[in-house]
Design a protein around this ligand. Structure first.
Ligand SMILES: [Zn+2]
Length: 169
């Protein structure tokens, strides 16, 4: 199953409601309680039989881009707000980079693509650096005339030095 596909918006996830008051273990109550998380699909036989009363178990179709709250709140029949802890038997890993589920940031394809895009810029920078040697080369070409100029100047000085002081008549 490819969780990266954008079409996958929700996924059935088993939730556990620890220490849920046995008053709410009926299908209708369980459905109401768990509907704050998503669409309640089914429960297991242990919950139905109340044979394992440590927690009630419900399969909820949950939005993958939604929240996975640790607590859910609901009003009981006496209008008292009940805060119920939720355990998720499985929560899809969420990529911190692209925000989708099913993979972690380290293996994010979008990040790899971005990295590639970023790397494409690298050769541009390298090319820029490759241009630099050309500039250097251009500059390297200039010392030649500079040397010539120096030689010229030296020759001029030599010439000047060789000029005998002008003696007036
Ligand atoms: Zn990602």
């Amino acid at each position: 199953m490819d969780l990266c596909t954008k079409s996958l918006k929700s996924l059935p996830i088993w939730i556990q409601l620890p220490d849920l008051d046995l008053n709410y273990w009926g299908l209708e109550s369980l459905s109401k309680v768990s509907s704050t998380l998503g669409i309640p699909l089914k429960t297991d036989k242990y919950t139905q039989e109340k044979s394992k009363i440590r927690y009630a178990r419900v399969l909820v179709d949950m939005q993958l881009d939604g929240h996975f709250p640790e607590f859910i709140e609901f009003f009981n029949e006496h209008d008292i707000l009940i805060s119920q802890q939720v355990h998720y038997e499985w929560v899809p890993v969420k990529c911190k980079f692209c925000g989708t589920y099913g993979h972690v940031e380290d293996v994010c394809k979008k990040k790899t693509i971005t990295r590639k895009e970023w790397r494409v810029k690298q050769p541009l920078q390298v090319m820029g650096q490759e241009n630099t040697p050309q500039h250097i080369h251009d500059k390297a070409a200039s010392p030649q005339p500079a040397i010539n100029q120096m030689l010229l100047r030296k020759k001029l000085w030599d010439d000047l030095a060789s000029i005998k002081p002008f003696k007036g008549p």
